[in-house]
Design a protein around this ligand. Structure first.
Ligand SMILES: *[C@@H]1O[C@H](CO)[C@@H](O)[C@H](O)[C@H]1NC(C)=O
Ligand SMILES: *[C@@H]1O[C@H](CO)[C@@H](O)[C@H](O)[C@H]1NC(C)=O
Ligand SMILES: *[C@@H]1O[C@H](CO)[C@@H](O)[C@H](O)[C@H]1NC(C)=O
Ligand SMILES: *[C@@H]1O[C@H](CO)[C@@H](O)[C@H](O)[C@H]1NC(C)=O
Ligand SMILES: *[C@@H]1O[C@H](CO)[C@@H](O)[C@H](O)[C@H]1NC(C)=O
Ligand SMILES: *[C@@H]1O[C@H](CO)[C@@H](O)[C@H](O)[C@H]1NC(C)=O
Ligand SMILES: *[C@@H]1O[C@H](CO)[C@@H](O)[C@H](O)[C@H]1NC(C)=O
Ligand SMILES: *[C@@H]1O[C@H](CO)[C@@H](O)[C@H](O)[C@H]1NC(C)=O
Ligand SMILES: *[C@@H]1O[C@H](CO)[C@@H](O)[C@H](O)[C@H]1NC(C)=O
Ligand SMILES: *[C@@H]1O[C@H](CO)[C@@H](O)[C@H](O)[C@H]1NC(C)=O
Ligand SMILES: *[C@@H]1O[C@H](CO)[C@@H](O)[C@H](O)[C@H]1NC(C)=O
Length: 863
């Protein structure tokens, strides 16, 4: 589920915001029989003068935002001004609503605002007060019933004097919006201390709504919430950095409808174990350290509409009684340790729109009920232990947009879809068998399809995809399947919108069509391990952005593709195990291939001398600045928090492996298994960033050049099965990262160098050389052999900070989803934002800004 995290965060939070207190609009004035008093009007004009008008100050506004103070003119009765409301008897200003009014500037204690002592309602939310302190003078508004200072860039501590406002019904001091709170860069600028909180709980006996989202309350004892007023209906404590244990009785407040403790990772607690009943409608305990079981008595919360318990430590079975909650619309239990079966009673939830149970340990079948969840739009059951066949209702459900069953143990066929609103389908890593359902072509809004790592087979029908509309990250990946057929001619026209084409590990046959056209946008072309044949199409040279070209393990019959020098961005070239043949000859362009870092021409029939003029140009393998950060070759979509990693198959340290990620510091040259002749050119010693060099199984003669000792990063060196003679140069002892070394089956003589890495190599590194002597071989060197001097002391950087391309890294790769022999792959397309996202979130108040801000749609199809 790497692809949805932002969706989740956005989905499970804002949907519950509907109970936030909203001030009644006071923009229309009362039937003012009394004129506004002069002092009030003067105070307002002075207040207005403090600020400049700047639309950016209210950019996070979710309602209509406009500069209300622009209408304020002394010639007009102030009771008629935008945002101002007066008492119709006394003419005193009793309500001031300047929310979303583009105010920009500091708000000092000396402001004339504090002269409006009759205010009952004050709303300054969503402006930019430039990190002003909240003045203690707010405590002077003794008639205030509604105070909203949210999201207006106040900073510092909340003054104790706020607790003097004993008539307050609604208090909103939230310092951040939902979208800020989930962003990693969020930083609290407001602080609420214990004494102030105690004062608020003691004095604000009428209060119904409090919202302290994003205020740092880390110094507050959560037990003080035991003193929450019985009058409360809404308590919002998102992202408050609360620490300790939250008191259970707060879940039983007699009037509470909305309670969120979202994103307080150091806050622990349990839900009431028995006799839980309250009028709760929305409860969010996601992103906390709450633990224990979900009590059966949760079924008593008959008014519950939304329950969010994501990423906490809940366990045990999902209570059957949840099925009694007939108003439940959103149920998020993801990322906990829930076990047991999905209770069939849940299917009775007629109002349920979102059901997310992913990342738990649920087992058994998906309950079958033809009328299950009539209003469901989003179903995520991924990453559980669910099994059995999939019930028909999943395929016929009229409103289901998102269906995620990935990483379970489902079996049987994927049925034909009999609806067309599905937009996201993930069935990966189960045991589905049979063919890809043709009805996929009718899912016109499909943006993500992943059927990888199953047991699907049959011929790939390209027309299934050609019918899908508007497919232009773009990434098309059908790798690791048993798919047969040819690559169609139309792939050429596809290639203008494709950035990655990965058909690795299938059974495709025929030629690579010569249809790659000018404007081809491919960066990554991977056709490794198919049955492709014929000559290699020169049209690939139209793909000027190509970074990775992997054609290994096919039957391509051609000479070296000299046109490749046109690909100035090429970093990875793999022609391993084909029927390439002939002399490579000289490079026709001395600047060519200067970015190449990985070249693998092994297991072909090239002959003649090693291609020195190319090797000289491999600037990408020289003096590489590795920096500190380990990076991978990838395509990123930041808007979607998604990245697609390039992969490549290589022989590393004698083992053929697939690197599911390509480190940008990995540099290798593999020319093994050909008929190259002549000597190893000295110039190879200039490729000083090489990590791997394999020249084995050729007809190379002469000495091993001592210049190989300059390859200080080298981790594997294979010169075996040639006709090399002379001694092993002692310079090689300085290769301190060398962990795989093979010079077997040559005609080498003399003593084996001793010391450092050379103490770790065994017999098989040397066998088949009749003239070698010394450890580890049992043949001792005779006294008239020239003695190896002791290893040089100026050894290379051996501190641990240097990155070593070791097995750990390969294993990290596996962690991202690759396992030998398991079929997997995906097709990814990128276009606009998925529709369901808009559709499902629109109901929530805070969603519009999020929807508006999120551009870019990543369409991902995995097969
Ligand atoms: C408005 O505020 C933004 C952000 O503080 C600032 O970059 C911009 O210059 C301001 N515009 C004016 C006209 O002052
Ligand atoms: C004054 O306003 C109140 C409520 O705002 C209204 O009920 C009342 O009729 C008004 N009185 C006059 C004299 O307009
Ligand atoms: C309650 O508010 C009043 C003013 O309304 C104030 O004088 C008093 O100190 C407050 N009490 C506490 C305990 O905060
Ligand atoms: C809250 O304040 C404490 C103490 O100043 C600090 O350690 C902590 O990082 C802050 N938390 C947040 C979320 O800013
Ligand atoms: C609740 O309020 C009372 C009176 O203000 C106070 O003495 C007590 O310590 C508070 N309880 C907690 C747990 O904070
Ligand atoms: C669903 O509700 C109906 C009627 O309310 C009830 O008869 C049935 O037993 C319920 N199904 C489950 C699985 O709880
Ligand atoms: C596909 O998306 C469009 C635009 O959101 C929508 O109008 C249309 O109904 C959708 N089609 C189906 C079959 O869901
Ligand atoms: C697909 O696999 C099934 C067994 O899972 C087998 O019976 C069938 O013949 C295979 N079909 C093709 C076209 O290979
Ligand atoms: C493709 O998308 C564009 C705009 O995004 C839209 O105008 C057009 O109708 C779509 N075409 C199809 C066939 O859906
Ligand atoms: C390669 O193709 C040529 C001509 O098309 C043919 O003569 C030759 O036998 C082929 N080589 C291999 C190894 O298939
Ligand atoms: C496939 O799912 C199993 C659990 O069913 C999980 O252990 C494994 O890591 C998953 N494999 C991949 C490649 O995601």
């Amino acid at each position: 589920m790497r692809y949805l995290p932002i969706f989740y965060q956005l989905l499970f939070f804002p949907l519950f915001l509907s109970y936030q207190a909203t001030l009644p609009s006071s923009s229309s004035s009362s039937s003012a029989t009394q004129l506004c008093s002069h002092d009030q009007s003067a105070a307002l004009i002075q207040f207005k003068a403090l600020f400049s008008i700047n639309k950016t100050a209210s950019k996070h506004c979710e309602i209509r935002s406009y500069p209300k103070t622009n209408s304020w003119r002394e010639s007009i009765d102030c009771c008629l001004w935008d945002g101002v409301n007066c008492d119709n008897i006394t003419g005193q200003v009793i309500s001031l609503d300047l929310s979303c009014s583009w105010l920009s500037g500091t708000l000092p204690s000396s402001s004339s605002l504090f002269l409006l002592s009759h205010l009952q309602r004050l709303d300054l939310s969503v402006n930019d007060f430039k990190k002003s302190k909240i003045s203690s003078k707010f405590g002077l508004f003794s008639s205030l019933t509604h105070l909203d200072l949210s999201r207006s860039w106040f900073s510092g501590r909340v003054p104790y004097e706020i607790s003097y406002l004993s008539k307050l019904v609604s208090l909103d001091l939230s310092s951040a919006s939902a979208i800020d709170l989930i962003s990693q860069s969020f930083e609290s600028v407001l602080k609420l201390e214990q004494s102030t909180l105690n004062g608020i709980f003691r004095n604000l006996t009428e209060v119904r709504d409090i919202s302290f989202d994003g205020i740092n309350m880390s110094s507050v004892d959560p037990n003080s919430f035991m003193n929450l007023s019985y009058s409360l209906t809404s308590v919002s404590l998102t992202g408050c950095d609360l620490r300790g244990t939250f008191p259970e009785n707060s879940f039983n407040l007699p009037k509470i409808k909305y309670l969120t403790l979202f994103n307080n990772p150091s806050l622990s607690g349990q839900l009431p174990n028995s006799n839980w009943s309250s009028p709760l409608e929305d409860l969010v305990v996601s992103g906390t350290s709450f633990s224990g079981e979900l009590p059966e008595s949760i079924g008593n919360l008959k008014s519950l509409r939304g329950l969010g318990l994501i990423r906490s430590n809940f366990l045990g079975s999902i209570p059957r009684s949840l099925g009694n909650l007939s108003h439940l619309g959103f149920l998020f239990l993801s990322y906990n340790n829930f076990s047991g079966k999905i209770p069939s009673s849940l299917t009775n939830l007629t109002q349920l729109r979102i059901l997310a149970l992913n990342f738990n340990r649920l087992e058994g079948c998906i309950p079958d009920n033809p009328n299950a969840f009539p209003n469901l739009g989003f179903l995520d059951l991924s990453d559980n232990l669910l099994s059995g066949t999939t019930p028909s209702w999943l395929y016929t459900h009229p409103s289901l947009n998102v269906l995620d069953l990935g990483n379970n143990q489902f079996i049987g066929h994927i049925k034909e879809f009999q609806q067309s609103v599905l937009d996201y389908i993930n069935f990966k890593n189960n045991t589905f068998q049979g063919t890809i359902p043709r009805s996929i072509s009718k899912l016109v809004n499909l943006t993500f399809l992943d059927l990888s790592s199953n047991s699907l087979n049959g011929t790939i029908s390209w027309d299934i995809f050609s019918k899908l509309q508007n497919l232009t990250l773009v990434i098309l990946d059908l790798s690791h399947n048993n798919l047969s057929g040819i690559i169609p001619q139309c792939i050429g026209s596809f290639s203008k919108s494709l950035s990655s084409l990965n058909l690795k590990m299938n059974k495709l046959h025929g030629i690579i069509p010569p249809t790659f056209a000018r404007g081809c946008g491919l960066k990554n072309l991977n056709l490794n391990s198919n049955h492709l044949e014929g000559p290699l199409t020169r049209s690939i040279s139209n793909c000027k952005d190509l970074e990775v070209l992997d054609l290994g393990n096919n039957k391509i019959n051609d000479t070296f593709p000299h046109w490749i020098v046109a690909l100035s961005e090429l970093q990875v070239l793999v022609l391993h195990s084909n029927k390439f043949q002939g002399w490579i000859g000289a490079s026709k362009n001395p600047q060519s291939l200067s970015k190449l870092r990985i070249i693998d021409l092994s297991q072909n029939n090239f002959f003649g001398p090693l291609p020195i003029s190319f090797i000289k140009n491999f600037k990408g393998m020289m003096n590489l600045d590795e920096g500190k950060a380990v990076r991978y070759m990838e395509e990123r979509d930041n808007a979607y928090d998604y990245s697609y990693d390039y992969s490549v198959a290589l022989v590393v340290k004698g083992l053929e492996i697939e690197l599911v990620k390509i480190l940008t510091v990995l540099t290798t040259t593999d020319l093994s298994g050909n008929n190259f002749e002549g000597e190893i050119p000295r110039v190879i010693g200039e490729l000083n960033s090489l990590r791997g060099l394999n020249l084995s199984h050729n007809n190379l003669v002469g000495h091993v050049p001592p210049s190989l000792g300059n390859l200080s990063q080298l981790e594997w060196l294979d010169l075996s099965s040639n006709k090399l003679d002379g001694q092993i140069p002692r310079e090689l002892v300085d290769l301190t990262f060398l962990s795989f070394f093979n010079v077997s089956n040559n005609q080498l003589v003399g003593p084996i160098p001793q010391g450092k890495q050379f103490n770790t190599f065994e017999n098989d590194s040397y066998e088949g050389n009749k003239g070698l002597c010394g450890l580890p071989l049992s043949i001792a060197c005779s006294s008239n052999e020239p003695r190896q001097p002791p290893p040089s002391m100026n050894s290379h950087n051996e501190d641990g900070s240097k990155f070593e391309f070791g097995w750990e890294v390969v294993l990290i790769g596996y962690g991202f989803g690759f396992i030998f022999g398991v079929a997997m792959g995906y097709v990814a397309f990128r276009a606009r934002k998925p529709k369901w996202f808009v559709t499902l979130v629109e109901g929530g108040h805070s969603s519009k800004q999020i929807v508006g801000e999120r551009k870019g749609r990543t369409n991902i199809l995995r097969l």
